[in-house]
Design a protein around this ligand. Sequence first.
Ligand SMILES: [Zn+2]
Length: 59
Amino acid sequence: MTKKGTCPSCYFEIEVNDDVILGEILECPDCSSELEIIEIKNDEVVFQIAEEVEDDWGE
Ligand SMILES: [Zn+2]
């Protein structure tokens, strides 16, 4: 099963796995925005643009 949400930046419809959790960060496959899951409904998730975090991921 998957859930669907809409990118608040480019309105691309994003499918996510059913086991996503609140606060999870995803990258929009269309505009590459970092999206945080702020709400999970039955078959729908709500995203908001995540704060840009300047973490050092080793690059
Ligand atoms: Zn997007």
